[in-house]
Write a protein that binds this ligand. Structure first.
Ligand code: PGA
Length: 929
């Protein structure tokens, strides 16, 4: 074991040199690789270790030049392995890639820190930089403050099943990350250094002996618990902290230095425990359980903070003045301890503590802290905040502002951001379920309605009539189906949640697969049954359509136009402060129309919506439903927000954070803060600085329209119009095996069919990623460009290059494609194609995929003016290159296992091996689908 001292970066001499950062990354990867290698050798013997090493070397040769002998050699090695050996090899490569990811994350943190040590506020995505730009553009401090007062930035955590790692694995990996970080930041003595290496070895050995796969299915409440851990890692502290930092910056910027407190604009949203679309396990009771768990977490946090605050605020009444209202609060305190007599702040804090612990009892929250004293519970989080404000005012009025700016300030901000509900939980259900529910209620209440047989227009008439009526639709004397009872119970539970926690607990109801006006009116009517909408036109919840097919995206502006013209619906919008949220689905539109068309139709839909909303003078808030991978709308959030058309951000944005993306963004406080900051900075920039730029010219829009329709035709032709494509897909990918992974509570598909149309977007994208084709992230682009250039020789490539240089939307589209293609490998993909038994089908379809892949890369590089993929993003290029030696072997093993599985049909051990490879490949790609 090394006893040498770890070199520390010297403060004030930041390391900006990419080569130095690179060297550190390599050191970390080597260190962890060495520890894992030692662990494998020690636990499984030298033969297994040597086998792993041989596979790695051969697969590097195969990757480098697709060399034939390497391919044969690899096949021979893999063929000769027993199933037990295969499982060990897969686990070793999986952990290599998990550990390399940790080293890479550490390197990103290092880079982030070195930029800010350089006084690097001048880089994009950092709020200080954006504020500086806004001031340069002429915005005053007061204007910026006003912007944030009406802003909303909300990452929304969902339980989409794409995180393949178990919580136990994530926990150990966070420990490894922590240890690496500590070795770097602290000056360790040789002894401490040795202890640290042993801790690393302990964590790696524990990982090695921990199951990578979950043996049982997750429940929804397990998912809730997993989601809540990110509040511990990041949100509870970082959300308040970001507000405090920003508030200080805005005050510095305001001419008179006036200390106005800014409104809280950052809200964490959640779908976990509220999203029922295709998940029968999310019921009213589960939703109640979710809210209780959320409340428990946040109240525990407040109680802990109050406990600390009570310890800190030992200020004596005879040494500092206090305000009369603080004195009153202290006098009302249930605390009679003689030790605290004469210490009014402590008395006041213990009074607040007692009320809060009574609140926890009332809300049935489990705070792990015993109830304290006798005191009435708070009726609302606002009452709790008001008491904290009393402390704040007394301190600031009596020359102790610096004390008020400590723990108390963060607690006040937390109370404002999280209330008693912690996260804003959205309801979500599929429009067809609402439709069936309404049909059953209406047919029972008004026999002969035959709601399902009515045309859209006739439905609207019936729904509006019912919305105006004071009479409820449901009757206690009618027996309804289980589905209808379940749906009604959810809306009643939402009303109950509003009573208990306030309306912020469940502010939105999302309607997936929205196709028309009636879809929204149906929900309004269901809400009315639970008194969340009343016949006078008041709504306690935002009704939010989710448009997610190409056709629905094309129709959505028209649908919203019609809705906002209906006085009954408009009244509901007005009762919500004149704001209407619209959600856009990135994954399903991609599956429906391909990458280029999905991106383009989303963009156009936004332009259409902005125009309609301006005409109706209603504020539009867009909610972007995107996954982690490019095929599901993923990509850097900052670029995505800035690539929105003018007027589409407008100070308010919600955006989903799903699966593995959640842990990569929010399991470390520093990284979490940075990601929240990126969202806030991009929102500010897109809202205030962007509209001043000119809208894209008609020429650009025309070209894009034409490219999109060509790409659409190419994509639809391959996926939906090629005979046998379905068979090719099911044979050449792990689609069947993905559904056997226990990575989420919801069933993998809605219907039991083999049709691509009926697949959920996640397994579709997931399986193309596993075989390294990544088809949903690029297919159709190459042939679209080729045929467009053939038809527009006058404009040609130079015009597309201009588009790339000038238009953020086009740039983002291409840079996401650049990223996804860099992770693809046509050589590896060819091995998966070999799994298709029908030779003609295999050659025809794989031949098309291969030639489109080459064409797409060639055209992409030509437009971007690059010689190779990711040439403009060396950091990512290196990072992906570092992963190949671990990733590729997993693919090779997966192919062999799939062959065995299909030949033997259903051997459990082999299936487990495949599941392990899926897990390892996802980790290596850093996103699964
Ligand atoms: P959904 O999500 O199937 O839950 O609508 C699709 C996705 O995010 O890929």
């Amino acid at each position: 074991m090394s006893r040498q001292m770890m070199p520390l970066p010297r403060a004030g001499q930041p390391e900006s040199d990419a080569a130095a950062l690179d060297a550190r990354l390599r050191d970390d990867i080597r260190l962890l690789g060495r520890i894992l290698g030692d662990t494998v050798r020690d636990q499984e013997g030298a033969a297994v270790f040597d086998l792993v090493e041989r596979i790695r070397q051969t697969s590097i040769r195969f990757h480098r030049d697709e060399d034939k002998p390497a391919r044969r050699e690899l096949e021979a090695i893999l063929d000769g392995m027993s199933t037990d050996e295969t499982v060990l090899v897969v686990r070793a490569f999986s952990y290599f890639s998990h550990l390399a990811n940790i080293a890479e994350d550490q390197n990103n943190i290092r880079q982030m820190r070195s930029q800010s040590l350089e006084g690097g506020a001048r880089h994009e995505g950092v709020l200080a930089h954006t504020l500086a730009c806004a001031r340069e553009a002429g915005f005053s401090g007061a204007e910026l403050q006003a912007f944030f007062d009406s802003a909303l930035v909300s990452p929304v955590l969902t339980a989409h099943p794409t995180e393949v790692r178990r919580k136990s694995t994530i926990d150990r990996e966070m420990e490894v990350a922590f240890l690496l970080d500590r070795r770097e930041r602290m000056q360790l003595t040789p002894d401490e250094y040795e202890v640290s290496e042993e801790q690393l070895r302990r964590a790696v050995l524990t990982l090695w002996q921990t199951n990578l796969l979950r043996r049982t299915k997750l429940t929804v409440l397990d998912e809730v618990a997993n989601g809540l851990s990110f509040y511990d890692y990041a949100f509870l502290r970082e959300v308040p902290r970001l507000h405090c930092v920003l508030e200080d910056r805005l005050q510095d910027a305001s001419a008179d230095g006036a200390s106005n407190e800014m409104a809280s604009f950052l809200r964490i949203g959640s779908w976990i425990g509220g999203d029922r679309d295709g998940n029968p396990f999310v019921t009213a009771d589960v939703m109640r359980g979710t809210l209780r768990m959320q409340a428990s977490r946040v109240l525990r946090y407040y109680l802990d903070e109050l406990h600390e605050l009570g310890r800190e605020l030992s200020l004596a009444a005879d040494l500092t003045d206090v305000s009369p209202e603080l004195r009153g609060l202290a006098e009302r305190s249930a605390d009679t301890s003689p030790h605290r007599r004469g210490e009014p702040y402590r008395l006041a804090v213990s009074g607040i503590y007692a009320r809060l612990s009574a609140t926890a009892l009332k809300l049935k929250a489990d705070t792990l802290r015993p109830p304290y004293g006798k005191a009435p519970p708070y009726a609302s989080a606002a009452e709790f905040s008001a008491d904290l404000d009393v402390l704040h005012r007394s301190l600031t009025q009596n020359n102790s502002e610096v004390i008020a700016r400590g723990r108390l300030r963060h607690l006040r901000r937390a109370a404002d951001c999280f209330g008693f509900h912690l996260a804003c939980l959205d309801l979500r259900q599929n429009s067809t379920v609402h439709e069936r529910t309404i049909a059953e209620l209406l047919d029972a209440a008004v026999p002969g309605t035959s709601y399902l047989a009515l045309s859209e227009e006739a439905r609207i008439v019936v729904l509006l009539r019912e919305l105006r009526s004071a009479r409820p639709l449901t009757s206690p004397f009618i027996t309804y189906s289980d589905e209808t009872l379940g749906e009604l119970a959810v809306f009643h539970a939402a009303a109950e949640a509003h009573e208990m926690f306030g309306p912020g607990a469940i502010p939105q109801c999302i309607i997936s697969m929205s196709e028309g006006v009636s879809d929204l009116l149906e929900v309004a009517l269901l809400l009315k049954e639970a008194d969340l909408v009343d016949p006078t036109g008041h709504s306690a919840i935002n009704i939010v359509p989710l448009f997610e097919t190409i056709e629905d995206l094309q129709a959505c502006a028209g649908i919203m136009d019609r809705l906002l013209s209906l006085p009954e619906y408009r009244a509901l919008v007005d009762s919500r402060g004149g704001l209407q949220e619209v959600m856009l689905g990135y994954s399903d539109s991609n599956k429906d129309g391909g990458f280029v068309t999905s991106g383009w139709e989303l963009y156009k839909a936004e332009i259409g919506l902005v125009e309609v909303f301006e005409r109706h003078q209603v504020r539009l808030r867009l909610f972007h439903g995107r996954g982690g991978s490019v095929g599901r709308g993923g990509g850097p959030s900052y670029d995505a927000i800035l690539a929105q058309p003018g007027g589409a951000v407008n100070g308010q944005i919600r955006i989903t954070e799903q699966g593995e993306i959640i842990s990569s963004k929010y399991s470390n406080a520093e990284v979490g803060r940075n990601n929240l900051e990126i969202l806030a900075a991009a929102t500010l920039e897109a809202s205030l600085l962007q509209p001043r730029q000119s809208a894209p010219s008609l020429d650009y829009l025309d070209a894009m329209e034409s490219l999109s329709s060509r790409a659409f035709a190419a994509y639809r032709n391959l996926v939906y119009e090629t005979p046998g494509f379905e068979d090719y897909f099911w044979a050449s990918t792990v689609i069947n095996e993905i559904s056997t992974l226990n990575i989420g509570s919801r069933p993998a598909s809605r219907k039991k069919t083999r049709r691509i149309e009926d697949l959920r977007a996640i397994p579709w994208v997931f399986s193309w990623a596993q075989c390294r084709v990544m088809l949903p992230g690029w297919y159709g682009f190459g042939s679209a460009v080729e045929s467009w250039i053939a038809d527009h020789p006058d404009k040609g490539m130079a015009f597309l290059q201009e588009l790339y240089g000038e238009w953020p939307f086009f740039r983002m589209l291409l840079s996401n494609m650049d990223m996804v293609l860099a992770k693809s490998s046509i050589a590896i993909a060819s091995r998966y194609a070999d799994l298709v038994p029908d030779v003609t089908l295999r050659e025809t379809i794989f031949g098309r995929i291969r030639s489109e892949w080459h064409l797409t890369i060639d055209t992409l590089l030509a437009i971007m003016g690059q010689e190779r993929l990711l040439a403009g993003n060396p950091l990512l290029e290196r990072s992906i290159r570092n992963r190949f030696p671990y990733l590729d072997p997993l693919n090779h093993v997966q192919v062999e296992l799939l062959k065995d599985h299909r030949a033997q049909g259903g051997d459990e051990q082999v299936l487990r091996g495949i599941q392990l490879t899926i897990n390892g490949i996802s980790a290596g790609l850093r996103n699964s689908g």
